[in-house]
Design a protein around this ligand. Structure first.
Ligand code: PLP
Length: 418
């Protein structure tokens, strides 16, 4: 019963250092967020001790009465939140959810068709070294070469050429809405199943601020930890006819025992996502991204060769295009780090620089919106980022400005004494 600081001071120091980092920097990695105290508590609870292979009421282990309640709550809340027939809340991560989806919808060797990785797609949508590229015959559709938008004529043409078993819609780096009705039409034209991976935009779907793919797709997968702000994990939603296949693809197909502390944390996240507070947070997320995009399109930044991909954003991220800038993605990520802003570099379509360097950065607003930022603070953040992207930035002055913002919005107060 001794505290961690006594039993393992080295790891206790890691927890303290990470808490300090999160408190004193601006977290702008588009796929990250801050979970609530309730979720931290659930994930650090005794539920972590429990084995519960199987599904509620049909477990392969005894003693599942309490965790069954948690899993049923998580399933029911996920279904209500997104309007789905069926929910599987057991995937350990987005990638394991996606492995189960493909296992349920396709046979090894079948053709799949998704957005090109270098154009904003995800590893699990057919990347060569990923299970999805090794187990299936993966093909890709690309963005329109001039607008950098997903062009449904291009998707349709590729779908008719490839005739995939599964057509995939969804992205990791893209700033516009998708036309799910059109994806459905194309899938039907070529006899494909439609799978939507809404990992990035699920929080906006939950609050009606992004089109809901559930009515159109055969199966929808998501992570729970991005805009949804839940524990690091995955979720699968599907039509009733796929329920059995999805459940058996997750367990025993891909996983053993579910992580019941995480499943319970998902239930907490789905309940929170039904509140007005959450909708307000998603609105501030979108507003913040729009403010940053608009600021980076002003002439002091653009005259330095910096552009915003697609000329703006409709989502929680901004994609900065540095192909014509003197500074590359790696250097920009490093400079932003020095001023106390955490982002990740990202390849842009037709990127002339190698993947470890890149010509882009992805800037996301979900974590700062969770922290409480609104238009006023995002305007200041946009000024700081713009200040890094012009020649000869004053790093020390910009660092002082980020510190002031972090101090005005304390994070996890008192957590060090938990
Ligand atoms: N799907 C998409 C679209 C993603 O962006 C990601 C994460 O970056 C994943 C799936 C994978 O999620 P995880 O990192 O939890 O495996």
């Amino acid at each position: 019963n001794s505290p961690l600081s006594e039993t393992d001071p080295e790891i206790a120091a890691v927890l303290a250092a990470e808490l300090d980092r999160q408190r004193h920097t601006l977290e702008m990695i588009a796929s990250e967020n801050f979970v609530s105290r309730g979720i931290l508590q659930t994930q650090g609870s005794v539920l972590t001790n429990k084995y519960a292979e199987g599904y509620p009421g049909k477990r392969y282990y005894g003693g599942c009465e309490a965790v069954d309640v948690a899993e049923n709550l998580a399933r029911d809340r996920a279904k209500a939140l997104f309007g789905a027939d069926h929910a599987n809340v057991q995937p350990h991560s987005g990638a394991s959810a996606n492995a189960a989806v493909l296992m349920a919808l396709a046979n090894p060797g079948d053709r799949i068709l998704g957005l090109e990785l270098a154009h904003g797609g995800h590893l699990t949508h057919g990347m060569r070294l990923n299970f999805s590229g090794k187990m299936y015959e993966a093909h890709a559709y690309e963005l329109h070469p001039e607008t950098f938008l997903i062009d449904m004529d291009i998707v349709r043409k590729r779908a008719h050429e490839v005739k995939p078993a599964v057509l995939i819609a969804g992205w990791s780096a893209y700033t516009r809405k998708l036309d799910f009705a059109e994806f459905r039409k194309i899938a039907d034209e070529v006899g494909a199943k439609l799978w939507v991976d809404m990992a990035h935009f699920a929080g906006m779907v939950a609050t009606g601020l992004y089109p809901n793919p559930v009515p159109y797709a055969d199966v929808v997968s998501t992570t729970v930890h991005k805009t949804l702000a839940g524990p690091r994990s995955g979720l699968i939603l599907c039509k009733e006819e796929y329920a059995k296949k999805i459940d058996s693809a997750v367990f025993p197909g891909q996983q053993g025992g579910p992580l019941m502390h995480v499943v319970a944390g998902k239930a907490v996240a789905f309940k929170a996502a039904m509140t007005d507070e959450f909708k307000d947070r998603q609105k501030r997320t979108l507003e913040g991204a729009a403010i940053i995009a608009n600021r980076l399109m002003q002439s002091d930044v653009t005259s330095n060769g910096v552009q915003v991909l697609t000329g703006g954003t409709e989502v929680h991220m901004v994609l900065v295009d540095l192909r014509n800038a003197p500074i590359n993605g790696q250097e920009t990520e490093d400079l932003l780090h020095e001023v106390g802003i955490t982002v990740n570099r990202n390849s842009v379509p037709n990127d002339p620089r190698p993947p470890m360097v890149t010509s882009g950065v992805r800037i996301g607003t979900p974590a700062l919106a969770t922290r409480g930022f609104g238009a006023e603070q995002f305007t200041e953040v946009a000024e700081i980022i713009a200040g890094v992207l012009v020649p000869n930035p004053d790093i020390a002055a910009l660092r002082a400005r980020t510190r002031k913002l972090t101090e005005a919005f304390p994070l996890y107060s008192g957590l060090e004494n938990w």
